[in-house]
Design a protein. Sequence first.
Length: 124
Amino acid sequence: MEAVTRVIVEKKHTDNFTILYVEGLIKLGESAEFFSSALENVLKNESSNVIIDFTKIDYIDSTGIGELVGYLGKFSTQNRKLILVNPSERIQKLLKLAKLDAVFKIYNSEEEAIAAESPSSANA
């Protein structure tokens, strides 16, 4: 039985957004810490809104959800957005159960999120 849980985070910049492509399991321990440090890095070193692409996230536990909620607050205090894209049906159900589907902006695709969340013509 393998005890190591790997999380891979790739980052891409586009327009007014930093997109994090996260792959693997996000749960208590090293994977949640790694996920958290990736978000902290973007929070401290960049000024863009953030899209987290959930396409390749197989599983997220309450620790991972807690990290998301915590960082949503941190980004909000800087007037920045933390947006979720393409969570699996299981993760969507978990977010809904915790009533977090009303807290997070969730889109089916990166393109849809960028189109909906980009400032129209006014730059703040």
